[in-house]
Design a protein around this ligand. Structure first.
Ligand SMILES: [Zn+2]
Length: 255
């Protein structure tokens, strides 16, 4: 199905995404970091926002909801478990629910760990997923509310999506994430090439999104907890997957 994605760079390093069904014209904004910028961009390309979908409750993802709602009459869709924190949610969703952008169907995936009720939006027919602050290019979000088991389950869910799936995440952190990734997986040639490409894109002021699930599986240490070389480098050959994840997260927090 035809799903158009318009990337909007917001604030320091946030991304919001305008999605539009090319046939019906139905339009959704994924996250609302900078409502003025989003309304301006939507106006420029002539897309009328029908719905707001929030990946999680943080202010730089849901803080612009009210302004966009007031300007457009858009309905707000968010995880039931985060609705109280977000405020004024018209439709509450949870894992396994389906949403639509015109003819495009999206499955709601529970990907808690950064926040406990974080969700991703997976368009199987359009090979596209919006991962918010759960999975970044070459990284993952900080573990503010969840625990390692929960975060690992969420990352497993994303890792098992088809390799060709385009990944649109919530922040432009790729180069910094890549520098960390090279400290734990320095001999990974896929990672080396990925970081080089990301640096070149950023030097041209281009976004590094979207990535793909395949590229992340090959290079993102937070999807490689079961890789023997990475485990050996951490001296964690026999550790449980969640312990490897937790160690990677701990090292990244201190990086
Ligand atoms: Zn966040």
């Amino acid at each position: 199905m035809p799903l158009d994605v318009h990337i909007i760079e917001c604030l320091e390093d946030n991304y919001a995404y305008l999605l539009r069904c090319a046939n019906s014209g139905r339009t959704v904004i994924v996250d609302t970091p900078d409502p003025d910028k989003i309304l301006e961009e939507a106006g420029k390309i002539g897309w009328d926002i029908d719905e707001i979908w929030n990946t999680h409750h943080h202010w730089d993802h849901a803080g612009g909801n009210d302004k966009i709602r007031e300007a457009t009459g858009a309905k707000v869709v968010a995880a039931a478990s985060e609705a109280d924190k977000i405020g004024h949610v018209d439709r509450m969703v949870s894992h396994g629910d389906y949403l639509r952008v015109g003819e495009n169907e999206a499955e709601v995936l529970d990907v808690g760990g950064h926040t406990s009720g974080h969700v991703a939006f997976y368009f199987g027919g359009a090979d596209t997923v919006f991962t918010g602050d759960t999975l970044f290019n070459l990284g993952c979000g900080r573990m503010f509310e969840g625990d390692p088991e929960q975060f690992l389950t969420s990352l497993q869910r994303l890792k098992h999506l088809p390799g060709a799936t385009s990944v649109y995440c919530g922040h432009e952190y790729t180069v910094k994430n890549g520098e960390f990734a090279l400290t734990v997986d320095p001999d990974n040639t896929l990672l080396q090439a990925y970081v080089q490409m990301a640096k070149e894109k950023r030097a041209r002021n281009e976004p590094t999104v979207p990535s793909t699930i395949r590229a992340e599986r090959g290079a993102n240490p937070f999807l490689r907890w079961d890789d023997p070389v990475l485990r050996s480098r951490l001296n964690m050959d026999e550790a449980r997957d969640a312990e490897v994840f937790a160690e990677l997260r701990r090292r990244k927090d201190a990086f």
